[in-house]
Design a protein around this ligand. Sequence first.
Ligand code: G6P
Length: 478
Amino acid sequence: MQRRLLIVSNRLPLTIEKTDNLYIPRQSSGGLISAVEAYLNSKGKNNFTEQLWAGVPGVDREVWDKTELDESHYQFMPIFTSQEDYEHYYNGFSNSLLWPLFHYFPSYAAYEPSFFEAYLSVNKVFCETLSATIREDDVVWIHDYHLLPLAGMLREKHPNITIGLFMHIPFPSYELFRVIPKKWQRALLEGMLGADLIGFHTADYVAHFLKSVDIALKTTHDNKYIQWGTRQVQVDAFPISIDFSLFNNAFHQPEIQSLRKKYEALKANKKMLFSVDRLDYTKGILNRLVAYERFLQQYPEYIGNVVFILVVVPSRDAIAKYNEGKKMIDEYIGNLNSSMGSINWQPVIYQYDHLTFEELLALYTTCDVALITPLRDGMNLVAKEFIASRQDQSGVLILSEMAGASAELTDALLINPNDTEEIAESIAIALKLSPEEQESRLNSMQQAIKKYDVNAWAVDFFGELKKVKSLQLKFEVK
Ligand code: G6P
């Protein structure tokens, strides 16, 4: 494909932070950014002539213009919106309706008409900015729930362009989707159907989406195709992945080795559990802590002999539910450390901050157990990163069945995140798992990730996009 690739997501892969009057870019967090970045940085592996990434920079034009950018792998296309619209679009419709509802937290969902209006307005701004540069042979790759109407808006202006849409969060069952006001349901689904190919992480999300479209838009899908006007839209599963070699090869990097030594000293002779998540009620951080406390109560021989390194990455702190969640986590850890800890030992070592890649890798490869317990998660790339990083073939993954990754990582110790007894039991099992068993489980999961890495994911997606586009062209010629 000798064409330009336009990637579109709400957030650009860099976030600009102000320190001492200087604006410093750092990598944004979240699965979308890590996966798409990894794909774009894998030089020479794709055939696009140029790659651009459009998104909201989070700073005004003046600051943006002053920021030094590395555009060696792709160029940035900043999208500027009004502050008020952005607030209602991002904190409002996207993260106070779509996010909670699609993650099965209907009671957290806010149905505010002004949020919906702002959601459409910001999508329009994306559409107009992109339209100014779009060429008919561009491939547009839209990402995630912030931009569901965008494909439809672009399609109206540019009927022939190629558009792929990838959803990074679950698509809920119709019983949840239907609680959205009907007018909004239609705007979301019709917008999505502006794409030629719509990708989800799992077959379940695909099935939920197809059913919602059939009912809300009165269509009848045929296998993975929806006939929408004169176009045939394909809906398919593409489980997102990681750059396996990047994580696997990191094991012997000098900086990671020296950090690992530091963490090993901290660990001393104890066992180490590790978890890292963005601050989010969907991640099940509190359940994890309850389960850990239960584990310590049931297996007191581990008191003083195990430590849990819990890293929470700040996220969406303007939303009340996130702040409340943070307070509850802080309090729980404080109580646990004071009730069970001593001068010599703290059950939980807690960090509320970002990690560098090196720190993350050193922690992945020092711990004995990675404890990943989301209540609901589209995929969860931390699980795949942990597995890939264990070049030493040791370590155990405890993983929630509610994460999309559990469909592939079946050799993890799978748990129901609401069952704190089961999690406690699994921690005990994990800490006793023989080296042979650890190796054999890791090995089979590593093979699976290696085979379908982030590059395979993108190649698979673009391959299907090309196929469905040529199907459509044939259909139009007839
Ligand atoms: C999830 C979403 C992404 C989002 C990321 C970080 O992974 O699927 O679209 O970028 O969380 O959230 P934030 O709100 O900080 O962009």
